[in-house]
Write a protein that binds this ligand. Structure first.
Ligand SMILES: Cc1cc2nc3c(=O)[nH]c(=O)nc-3n(C[C@H](O)[C@H](O)[C@H](O)COP(=O)(O)OP(=O)(O)OC[C@H]3O[C@@H](n4cnc5c(N)ncnc54)[C@H](O)[C@@H]3O)c2cc1C
Length: 452
């Protein structure tokens, strides 16, 4: 057996979060030995920015999407330096953003004191090894690291619970990972049901409608609400809203939020969500769990999400064209059963607010409802090993993992680890808003300061 590679920092996951962590570490100019472990060929881009479809747009204007901490305008500067100038107000394509991330990493490597190790493999376990950590790889290799950063992004989608029946087992009939290369192309038939009405559904509906000119798509969720359309920059109007004072109840915050949304939109403005009650709800989520926070997750989070993760205006227009052509239908409904007799799934739906139960016969179903809440819920060997070793534990709200300031992972005994760190989606329980590029770049900058 070969001896393990030895590094200062091993980053598991080479999507935007892992890449920006490596970029910030390498840019410190200090001789930090870094390994990035990525199981796919998407190093630098991760899931959202590996798409080659130019209609897959960023959902935030370019002016705030720079990847370097303290430099939100860096993407716009980079585009200009490439000879491809973009307006700060533009919603650039995700393929372009993927190129930007890859370029950031390439440039950071070129200027680094020590070249990093890029490892194409699956990290399957992390264990203690003396005062360090050892990362085991599916291919049999090992990496000894002084510190490890978990940048594994979101876990796979969880099956929605079904009152009766079962989800089909054939991936051509029921697809759980719409990002798997070639999976959408392999779906059976043109009548397709999408579970969920969020941003993943927007992506998948656009891709399917291009791939299959005769596709008839139905997308369902309980509220049946698509993400709100951005009105930026025309809508970037100061609405003079101030968050409610401390001690305001959740119900009062929600009422204030709805009133502020209505007032903003009546004036043609977007909600500047960072200065609204959402910000308060988010910081409230950072404390110990209580009934209010659970109620927020149960009752309000879905409405909050459609305002927080909005759609680029062009994407909204393309969807509307599909709806006008009766190629896309959005339904507010709950699934009561699924039966598969070989002719394609028969899905029984109960419309929201009553009405007759409807049976929809489709060729295939795609789960676009988003990831499971906890990385520990599925069958990930990596997260099983972390838990078994007492190195990590789930967040009490069931969101991501339990973490402390600076992204330190909390061990089974609740103490912050000095060895294991994380960023992005896995800090959702602590921070709630911890997934978009601005959050990732700031967290990556903080991590680099601690780890270098
Ligand atoms: C469709 C979509 C559109 C989005 N659009 C925007 C947007 O416009 N603006 C914005 O700010 N945010 C957007 N987001 C949010 C987005 O999640 C973040 O911007 C960012 O891409 C998250 O990066 P990540 O590295 O955490 O996750 P990922 O991109 O999922 O990367 C994680 C990586 O870790 C690897 N990995 C996981 N486990 C292991 C393991 N055990 N061993 C080795 N490798 C492993 C995976 O292969 C993957 O490449 C979007 C998200 C989605 C899904």
């Amino acid at each position: 057996m070969t001896s393990p590679d030895t590094v200062d920092v091993a980053i598991i996951g080479g999507g935007a979060a892992g890449t920006l962590t490596a970029v910030h570490l390498l840019r410190t100019g200090r001789p930090v030995r870094v390994a990035i472990v990525e199981r796919t060929d998407r190093l630098g881009r991760g899931i959202p920015y590996s798409t080659t479809n130019p209609r897959h747009l960023m959902n935030v204007p370019a002016s705030g999407m720079g990847g370097l901490a303290g430099r939100p305008g860096h993407l716009v500067e980079w585009c200009a330096a490439q000879g491809e100038p973009v307006e700060g107000a533009a919603f650039v394509s995700r393929p372009l953003f993927g190129r930007y991330l890859v370029a950031l990493l390439r440039d950071a490597i070129a200027g680094a004191a020590v070249a990093p190790l890029a490892v194409r493999d699956d990290a399957v376990a992390v264990s203690r090894s003396g005062g360090r950590l050892r990362v085991a790889l599916a291919g049999g290799g090992e990496i000894d690291a002084t510190r490890v950063v978990l940048a594994t992004g979101t876990p796979p989608a969880a099956d929605l619970p079904l009152p009766a029946g079962a989800w089909p087992r054939d991936p051509a009939r029921y697809l759980t990972d719409p990002w798997a290369p070639g999976a959408l192309e392999a779906l059976a038939g043109d009548d397709i049901l999408l579970l969920g009405t969020g941003l993943t559904t927007v992506d998948v509906a656009l891709r399917l409608s291009e791939q299959r000119p005769s596709a008839r798509i139905v997308a369902i969720s309980r509220p049946g609400l698509l993400p709100v359309t951005h009105r930026w920059p025309e809508g970037a109007i100061e609405i003079g809203y101030r968050p409610p004072p401390p001690g305001t109840t959740l119900r009062e915050q929600a009422r204030a939020f709805r009133a502020a949304v209505a007032a903003a939109r009546a004036r043609g403005a977007d909600m500047p969500t960072r200065s609204t009650p959402c910000a308060r709800i988010r910081s409230d989520l950072g404390g110990p769990p209580d009934a209010d926070r659970r109620r927020f997750l149960r009752r309000y989070a879905r409405y909050w999400l459609i305002h927080r993760s909005r759609m680029a205006p062009a994407a909204s227009g393309w969807l509307q064209e599909l709806r006008d052509a009766a190629r896309l239908r959005i339904m507010a409904a709950a699934i009561t059963s699924v039966a598969d007799d070989g002719d394609g799934p028969a899905v029984r739906l109960r419309p929201r607010g009553g009405g007759a139960v409807e049976t929809l016969r489709v060729d295939a179903i795609v789960n676009c409802a988003g990831p499971a809440d906890s990385p520990f819920a599925g069958d990930s060997p990596l997260y099983r090993s972390l838990r078994a070793a007492g190195l990590a534990r789930p967040h009490p709200l069931g969101l991501g993992m339990d973490t402390g300031p600076g992204g330190a992972v909390l061990a089974a005994d609740g103490r912050p680890s000095g060895l294991l760190y994380t960023l992005g989606w896995l800090r959702r329980g602590e921070l709630w808003e911890s997934i978009a590029i601005p959050e990732l770049r700031d967290q990556a900058g903080e991590l680099a300061a601690v780890l270098s």
